[in-house]
Write a protein that binds this ligand. Structure first.
Ligand SMILES: Cc1cc2nc3c(=O)[nH]c(=O)nc-3n(C[C@H](O)[C@H](O)[C@H](O)COP(=O)(O)OP(=O)(O)OC[C@H]3O[C@@H](n4cnc5c(N)ncnc54)[C@H](O)[C@@H]3O)c2cc1C
Length: 290
């Protein structure tokens, strides 16, 4: 297969666009165009797409784009957007969600069925595929703790086989998640509602508004936000972006480009290393060339 047209011939019904802007699909709202964007509507099509792309074209996957920094130069290859894979089903206390289902929708389904466990995710603007790949979480809870199984491109994995660690899973190596099974606990409506309110209030106190990717750096034996604050960088501005005054681990895009954000990340790393001897590591995932 040597052209995108050849590839697309295998998928007559696939929603696909050439030279497609990625910026609007990311919460930083920056980034150039990918060569081809595809929007599968079923897990079967997604799997078939991967099988056709493998070994033929570079490709990447974007859920809600809330933890990615896409290059201004775009991505030379195919970007798979999972936003149409949103089916959520319940079997007793096991909730299965397709990879593109949003956490807000999944949380709503679980609340409506008096199922507890996902309350801590309130306010995380993620798809379940992205959250599980990142093993995202907050308030000392991670999504991996709830994962019963993951249906991925190469098979079904139980929790242990997912290799969950702090902001790590086997899926960050490139294997795409098709659907996730979460094990929840039966609880009472009031208790669930109280927990959600508590997590929502706590998030409201610490989380800045504006275009961001959440925490830019990992907390590895230190809180990256505190370390950046100690380096005097709260409010530091570079081009069209700045370090949040409210939470120093957040970079806010205020009309800038991906290059501004990238340069600010580099500057923060250099400053923190030079002043405190700490080598910060990015949590944000880069897409394209920087
Ligand atoms: C305001 C704000 C608050 C946030 N708060 C938190 C928080 O409290 N805790 C936290 O952990 N994170 C937080 N984040 C970061 C982000 O929401 C999480 O990292 C989330 O897991 C990303 O999900 P996504 O669907 O947006 O993934 P994307 O950003 O689209 O992708 C993230 C990574 O996952 C990969 N990926 C996406 N879908 C799949 C799939 N189906 N299979 C395999 N890999 C996939 C991508 O290729 C990429 O490497 C926050 C972000 C914002 C903007």
């Amino acid at each position: 297969m040597n052209s995108y047209d050849d590839f697309l011939k295998n998928f007559p019904d696939l929603v696909a666009y050439k030279n497609y802007p990625m910026a609007t699909h990311t919460t930083f709202n920056v980034g150039g165009n990918c060569d081809l964007a595809v929007f599968p509507k079923s897990a079967v099509t997604l799997k078939k797409i991967i099988d056709h792309l493998k070994g033929n074209f570079p490709y990447c996957v974007i859920g809600n784009g809330s933890n990615v920094l896409c290059s201004d130069k775009g991505f030379r290859g195919v970007c798979i957007f999972t936003k149409h894979l949103t089916k959520i089903t319940l079997r007793s206390n096991i909730l299965e969600a397709e990879c593109g289902a949003k956490l807000s929708d999944i949380l709503k389904v679980s609340v409506d069925s008096n199922l507890s466990g996902l309350e801590f995710t309130v306010g995380i603007p993620a798809t379940i595929g992205g959250l599980v790949a990142m093993n995202g979480g907050c308030f000392n809870k991670n999504i991996g703790d709830l994962v019963c199984y993951v249906k991925a491109e190469n098979g079904v994995y139980n929790n242990l086989q997912c290799d969950f660690n702090y902001r790590q899973s086997r899926f960050l190596e490139g294997e795409i998640i098709l659907a996730v099974g979460l094990k929840l606990k039966v609880s009472e409506e009031d208790i669930i509602a109280q927990k959600i309110k508590r997590f929502k209030d706590a998030r409201g106190k610490s989380q800045p508004s504006g275009k961001s990717c959440g925490s830019v750096f990992l907390n590895q034996g230190y809180f990256a936000g505190k370390v950046i604050d100690k380096a005097g960088l709260k409010g530091y501005r570079l081009g069209g972006c700045y370090v949040s005054e409210k939470h120093a681990n957040f970079i806010i895009n205020d009309g800038g480009k991906a290059e501004d954000i990238y340069n600010l990340i580099k500057f923060i790393k250099e400053t923190v290393l030079n002043t405190q001897g700490i080598a910060l590591t990015e949590e944000v995932r880069y897409i394209g060339e920087f």
